[in-house]
Design a protein around this ligand. Structure first.
Ligand code: FAD
Length: 476
């Protein structure tokens, strides 16, 4: 008897561990909620709950049952092995350092019990241990990493599992939990509003990909930066939970390119290079020890970040008085998602204008994003704050007013997420403090009363950031 352990691969199609086992014989399918090994934020827990419900439903339709457990995986697996006389376990690998350590420990324990363990790469296009530069080391810059990967063949996606093939074992003594018993849904109804925006699960992920390919892939390169257009794929949470595999996406996008006879090559390449950034973030997470806790550029360990609770709270709540920052932070709180460019703007504002540590921002994102992903989030925060691999130079400080004017010229994004400013004309919507008083009055805005004055002066805080960063610039 064999066992498949689901983890960040909550799907039936292109699931190497599941396919491997089901092709051979009957098995038992297991998911273990192990909150101690890796931190899972509130928004992600909400996603996981519905994603598991969807997986269970899809498995049932194909004649399979999913067993759910909660706690330390090793004793749970040992008990299941004993009850069902399991001789082989298969799973798809995860690449977070704490999970690698846990899995290595589990592997050696199970092997000592005489159980075969097979693991597969199901979540990345390129398995990190196989990607190295000419010096047999890891890549520190994205462009050569990307070029190197493009020389490596991407494996084909596997088909979905067949109906009723080797139906899974049903055994009452396994004492499976109900999904409700995993403790994933928040006690407050906060998570419920996320349902307005998202439907977790494999089928929904595939539908999102189809909509993206049909409607938005063409023009992606030009349009993806505009804040109110919503033309990106919205696949990040599904990729994180493994509801869809990057190989499947790669194939569908490549098919589109073939069908369109290469017409939209620039758009396709731009989209695939975004997937490449995801690969790069896992490459770095895999090779750089302690990247979770420390900046890649170690000289930043002693950087004099400010412990400014008041400004940090204002940033989290979207009450900084800088419209594009507030809009992004409120979009995040309302939907569990934020546009990529706005992530860069709010991260730059926190770490450069407010001089608050990238780590604080990274932790807030991990808790509130539905796509919270250790690798991509770390890379994003370290990149913007200038402390990471291939990072933005220290003097690159996003000007939130100019960014807003460039990528949200009409102010629609601001109007949607900061309704206090909805009636202000586009000319002043990104810097209401510069607006003549009569226009503010006409728009129903009383600065300092129903919308804050900026919590920092953008010019002075930029100057202070440059001074602070400058002191470290030569000490690499
Ligand atoms: P699309 O534009 O459709 O891109 C397709 C896919 O490519 C995405 O789903 C994602 O998997 C990947 N991707 C795109 N951009 C990046 C990028 N810059 N880095 C890594 N992968 C990328 N992404 C996460 O998935 N989880 C995070 O926790 C996360 N935190 C971030 C924090 C900061 C400060 C920044 C600047 C970026 C962060 N990103 C994170 C990357 C990016 O913002 C999101 O992946 C993207 O906005 C998701 O929207 P989408 O699926 O519509 O993207």
């Amino acid at each position: 008897m064999k066992l498949v352990w689901f983890r960040q691969d909550l799907r039936l199609e292109d699931n190497p561990a599941l396919t491997y086992v089901l092709e051979q014989e009957r098995c038992v399918l297991v998911y273990i909620y192990d909150k101690n090994t890796h931190h899972i934020g509130e928004a992600s827990k909400w996603w996981l709950y519905y994603s598991l419900r969807s997986l269970e439903h899809e498995l049932n339709l194909k004649g399979h049952q999913l067993y759910l457990f909660k706690g330390d995986p090793l004793p749970i697996l040992q008990k299941t092995i004993k009850i069902l006389k399991i001789n082989e376990i298969a799973w798809n690998r995860c690449y977070e350092p704490s999970v690698i350590a846990r899995d290595t420990h589990i592997k050696s324990n199970l092997r000592n019990l005489g159980v075969r363990v097979q693991s597969f790469n199901g979540s990345l296009l390129f398995d990190p241990p196989k990607i190295k530069n000419k010096q047999d080391s890891f890549f520190k810059v994205f462009t050569p990493f990307g070029k190197h990967c493009l020389k490596t063949r991407v494996d084909s996606a596997l088909p979905s599992i067949a109906k009723n093939k080797n139906p899974t074992v049903k055994n009452m003594s396994l004492c499976s939990l109900e999904i409700n018993e995993l403790g994933l849904l928040p006690k407050l109804p906060w998570g419920e509003k996320l349902r307005k925006y998202w439907t977790p699960g494999e089928e929904s992920a595939k539908a999102r990909l189809s909509v993206f390919i049909d409607n938005n892939l063409r023009g992606y390169k030009k349009n993806r930066d505009f804040l109110s257009l919503s033309v990106t794929s919205l696949l990040s949470p599904s990729l994180h939970f493994g509801e869809i595999s990057p190989r499947y996406i790669w194939e569908k996008v490549s098919d589109y390119l073939l069908l369109s006879e290469g017409k939209y090559l620039d758009d396709v390449n731009c989209f695939l290079s975004e997937l490449g950034w995801r690969e790069f973030s896992y490459h770095i997470l895999f090779y750089v020890k302690n990247i979770e806790k420390e900046p890649f550029r170690l000289k930043f360990r002693g950087f004099p970040w400010k412990e400014d609770l008041q400004n940090f709270e204002a940033w989290k709540k979207g009450e900084t008085g800088i419209p594009v920052v507030d809009a992004g932070m409120r979009q995040l709180w309302e939907t569990g998602y934020m546009h990529n460019r706005v992530r860069m703007i709010v991260a730059s504002f926190l770490t450069k204008n407010l001089l608050i540590s990238w780590k604080k921002g990274e932790e807030w994102f991990l808790d509130t994003l539905v796509d919270a992903d250790l690798a991509s989030n770390l890379l994003g925060w370290q990149w913007v704050s200038g402390v990471g691999v291939d990072a933005a130079p220290y003097f690159r400080i996003f000007n939130p007013v100019l960014q807003g004017e460039k990528f949200d010229a009409s102010g629609d994004y601001i109007r949607r997420w900061v309704p206090e400013l909805a009636k202000l004309d586009a000319k002043y919507i990104h810097n209401p403090w510069k607006s003549p008083q009569d226009r503010l009055l006409k728009a129903g805005i009383a600065l300092g009363e129903n919308y804050p004055f900026p919590i920092v002066d953008l010019k002075a805080s930029r100057h202070n950031a440059l001074l602070a960063y400058c002191q470290l610039k030569d000490s690499d």
